[in-house]
Design a binder for this molecule. Structure first.
Ligand SMILES: [Zn+2]
Length: 233
């Protein structure tokens, strides 16, 4: 994910947009100068993604809903589900970062995907951090082996729904984000509406009944990158 390029692209775009009356064609010119054409843009409407929650979940179009009293906007969709419902990768990809520090930033991760050569990212926030039946914040609800650089398949277990991070005192949910080829979040609502629901996890053992949840000691890569996460969720 080339966030820097995306930032420069957007900055240049807004500058030119201010200077020019014909914003549309300027956008096209700038995109072309970065080697970006319609053919290399992600066609979100054509992506065949898997719904990230495997089990009953409900969501609405809460993209850009006000958060913190209007101080910021919601940059994803919240998928409400019960704690410990399995969460899976929406497509084949590579885990790009993990935040899994017990008592700290936990439990979030991102997966980088490729759509005909164009990268995009899916992000999964508030994965479980509680011993089943408690709200103790003592475990890491990220599936074993899921760490930066690991390849995952569509439908592979990556963790379980929870209330970690700044969702600690809200209802359990998965905050789901899609990040475009420029490093900017897009509204995932229509993609999620089209996504394929699974009736079971395709890769990995979904149950948590035999202590599949990791302890702090078992998670050997607690913070895998210096990615700056937005304030959400
Ligand atoms: Zn959210």
């Amino acid at each position: 994910m080339n966030g820097a390029r995306g930032f420069r692209f957007i900055a240049l775009l807004s500058l030119l947009g201010t200077l020019s009356a014909c914003g549309g064609s300027v956008e096209g010119m700038v995109a072309e100068s970065y080697g970006i054409t319609d053919a290399t843009r992600i066609r979100w409407d054509l992506l065949d993604l898997i719904f990230p929650v495997v089990g009953p979940a409900r969501f609405e179009n809460d993209w850009h809903a006000e958060r913190d009293g209007g101080a910021r906007l919601h940059e994803g969709n919240d998928l409400l589900a019960k704690k410990l419902v399995p969460v899976v990768a929406v497509a084949d990809g590579t885990v790009s970062w993990v935040r899994a520090k017990v008592g700290g930033e936990c439990c979030y991760l991102g997966i980088t995907h490729d759509s005909q050569g164009v990268p995009y990212e899916s992000r999964y926030m508030h994965l479980n951090n509680d011993t089943p039946g408690t709200d103790d914040g003592k475990v890491i609800g990220i599936a074993k082996g899921i760490k930066k650089g690991v390849h995952v398949q569509a439908g592979q277990l990556i963790g379980w729904v929870g209330d970690s991070g700044n969702a600690e005192h809200t209802v359990p949910h998965l905050h789901f984000e899609l990040i475009d080829e420029f490093g900017n979040p897009i509204n995932p609502y229509l993609v999620l509406e089209r996504a394929r629901h699974l009736d079971r996890v395709l890769v990995g053992e979904a149950t948590t009944s035999d202590n599949k949840l990791l302890t702090a000691e078992e998670q050997d890569d607690p913070i895998s990158s210096a990615i700056q996460l937005p304030a959400d969720r």
